[in-house]
Design a protein around this ligand. Structure first.
Ligand code: ZN
Length: 352
């Protein structure tokens, strides 16, 4: 974080804590969430130690203690809905009870089972997990994490043998990633993650694929990912969660950005996610989450035609029962913005 960013963050923390201590944040919640619901969007729940091994961006991570604090607050101050109740209110336009809440997770990371499920069980809270079906039960990584792990390995390789830097720079400079070799910190991982995030505009699917292949050749790494901490659930784990009251929805098959690909490919990807989940869980999956929130009305039409009844975006604020069923806003929850109860509440009620 820049100096300016840190100051701004400290001011936000201060404001949230003062408003909470004065009871004003709680009053704001009662007014702002009258007959409204918030849909919380989580991705990963990782311990500090696990975070140090992960290639995931901090914007999709909360730590278990933080998550536990959120769930305690949600249990006390919100009416947490089952997916069925939530769907019913949207479809029949029945106003939500004050401060209603739906808890969702994207991607089906293994840590949802190991770290999140015990906390959800402790507070007896329902949740929905959206699965990109081609990653479930397979030893595959999302490209973001795969790229981070290879780039970290490249930095370490160059530190041992500086003569190899030129070759890596030839590969990475054209897509803005060559600067990873400038980092002097012992652990280059956070810097690598930020550098990828900053240069995302260059990283089209074909560029990513070529870069991953070239890096693997250069680093002599097998083309089989060893997913490790960044792995996704097995279908057995999906089943375990399902039997403990967790619901599942579609998140595409290949986690593709659906509004950026040809319509027939989007249709196939969406349909496959429904077919596979319905088959594996012997159910009629009703909900979908657009990967990274990429959607447009045409994509929404495909989701509807595939048999889904609701679809969720990747950003937004609280909603009323009149929300578009195929563009339901969610609030992204990550560690930095929500590590104390006042900060979490401030984010959920739309103050920050
Ligand atoms: Zn996703």
């Amino acid at each position: 974080m820049t100096h300016g960013g840190r100051v701004k963050y400290a001011i936000k923390v201060g404001v949230a804590h003062i408003l909470y201590a004065l009871g004003l944040l709680q009053l704001w919640q009662r007014i702002a969430l009258r007959r409204r619901a918030v849909v919380l969007m989580y991705h990963r729940v990782l311990t500090a130690e696990q975070r140090r091994q992960s290639g995931s961006h901090p914007a999709i991570i909360v730590e278990p203690e933080t998550f536990s604090g959120h769930m305690l607050l949600v249990k006390r101050r919100f009416k947490v809905l089952s997916l069925e109740d939530f769907t019913d209110r949207i479809e029949r336009k029945i106003p939500f009870d004050d401060s209603s809440c739906l808890i969702t997770f994207d991607d089906g990371w293994t840590d949802n089972v190991t770290n999140a499920l015990p906390i959800l069980r402790k507070y007896a809270l329902p949740a929905v997990v959206f699965l990109p079906v081609n990653f479930i039960g397979r030893n595959r990584l999302f490209w973001q994490e795969a790229l981070v792990h290879l780039l970290v390995l490249a930095v370490m390789t160059v530190r041992k043998d500086p003569t190899r830097e030129t070759r890596f720079r030839d590969l990475l400079d054209p897509i803005g990633l060559g600067e990873i070799f400038d980092v002097r910190h012992d652990d280059p991982r956070p810097y690598v993650i930020e550098t990828i995030s900053k240069n995302r505009k260059w990283l089209t699917p074909s560029v990513v694929e070529a870069t991953l292949t070239n890096l693997r050749i250069e680093l002599r790494v097998e083309n089989g990912d060893s997913a490790g901490i960044d792995s996704f659930m097995s279908w057995e784990q999906v089943d375990t969660m399902s039997r403990q009251g967790i619901e599942f929805g579609g998140h595409g098959a290949e986690h593709r950005l659906l509004s950026q690909i040809p319509i027939p490919e989007a249709r196939e990807d969406i349909q496959l996610s429904k077919e596979v989940i319905d088959l594996k869980l012997k159910c009629d999956t009703s909900t979908f989450s657009y990967p990274r929130g990429y959607w447009n009305p045409e994509v929404a039409g495909l989701v509807k035609a595939s048999g889904f009844r609701l679809a969720f975006l990747a950003q937004g604020r609280s909603i009323s029962c009149h929300a578009n069923p195929f563009a339901i806003q969610r609030i992204n929850i990550c560690q930095a913005a929500t590590e104390s109860m006042p900060m979490f509440l401030a984010r959920v009620v739309g103050l920050f």
